[in-house]
Design a protein around this ligand. Structure first.
Ligand SMILES: CC(C)(COP(=O)(O)OP(=O)(O)OC[C@H]1O[C@@H](n2cnc3c(N)ncnc32)[C@H](O)[C@@H]1OP(=O)(O)O)[C@@H](O)C(=O)NCCC(=O)NCCS
Length: 264
């Protein structure tokens, strides 16, 4: 369990987890054996969803096939698995949600990534809170003028999990170190630290190339993006009120920037 008085611990015997928000609890515990009829794969997926990064699972359960039980936990994304069997008693199962991504590499974006990058882009746009565009462009239009592009790749499957890319904001020499970026993570992989890992790599790479300011506009409704950027040193320059129309609605945009402490 994590230290501190504010830990949120959910006991399985007090109620189901499906009503809880994502990334909500520090620990899920249960003294009683989980309902034998429960679909373990679905349950573990839900527990993984509601746990915060680094959150703990500690339950007792009737485990007949340890190998299969471990696979179910792993498939849901848990790490640090421990299954302790004892004669005549239920097993004690412990696991945790990773506090950083495992099984992933961040690498430069390539033309072969085009279809996956654009599919992830479209899925983000479809949320209605990622950008003013409604349709992802062609790969040619997308890649034109991009100065930095990285993808997160699943090391096992080779699948692209997310991307970050930037373009210069101006052709004027005085702004040569100012870029505007976008970051998109596959909807099935969000809130697993991939956005943070992409952004961390991107910020370091941009500084290596002499970029001194990274900017971006974020809808106020996009809590995940605001949290991510603020955590990485972006500040709010201001709110641009009703700056553009999206599906017929005038929307505000929060203008963010990160001034490199290392460049210039
Ligand atoms: C915004 C986005 C890129 C973030 O990437 P991600 O991989 O989901 O985010 P991470 O797991 O790296 O989490 C980054 C931070 O945001 C927080 N966060 C993640 N999802 C959140 C949510 N739904 N609500 C609030 N905070 C959230 C995390 O707790 C984390 O903060 P911490 O590191 O201080 O704990 C991703 O959600 C996404 O692709 N959304 C759709 C497209 C989009 O909106 N792109 C941005 C356009 S401006």
């Amino acid at each position: 369990m994590t230290d501190g008085e504010s830990d949120i611990v959910h006991r399985l015997e007090t109620g189901p987890v499906d009503a809880l928000p994502d990334l909500w609890v520090d620990a899920v515990v249960s003294d009683r054996v989980i309902d034998p009829a429960a679909d373990r794969a679905a349950l573990f997926a839900e527990l993984f969803r509601v746990l915060r990064k680094g959150g703990r699972l500690a339950v007792s359960d009737a485990v007949s096939d340890v190998g299969e039980y471990r696979r179910l936990l792993q498939r849901a994304g848990f790490v640090g698995l421990s299954i302790t069997l004892a004669e005549g008693r239920p097993a004690v199962v412990e696991a945790r949600k990773p506090d950083a991504c495992t099984g992933m590499v961040i690498r430069p974006m390539r033309d072969e990534d085009g279809a996956q990058v654009l599919a992830i882009y479209q899925a983000g746009l479809d949320t209605g809170n990622a950008g003013f565009e409604t349709t992802a462009p062609s790969w040619e239009a997308f890649s034109q003028g991009k100065v930095l592009g990285y993808v997160a790749e699943d090391t096992e499957t080779g699948r692209v999990l997310g991307w970050v890319a930037a373009s210069p904001v101006s052709g004027r020499c005085v702004y040569s170190g100012v870029v505007e970026h976008s970051v998109y993570v596959h909807p099935g992989c969000q809130a697993h630290g991939i956005g943070r890992a992409l952004m961390t790599t991107f910020i370091a790479a941009s500084e290596d190339r002499g970029v001194w300011t990274i900017q971006s506009g974020v809808f106020p409704e996009n809590a995940a993006s605001l949290t991510l950027h603020q955590a990485l040193g972006f500040r709010t320059v201001g709110t641009r009120e009703r700056i553009g129309r999206h599906h017929g609605v005038w929307r505000d945009v929060i203008f963010l920037e990160r001034r490199s402490p290392a460049v210039g």
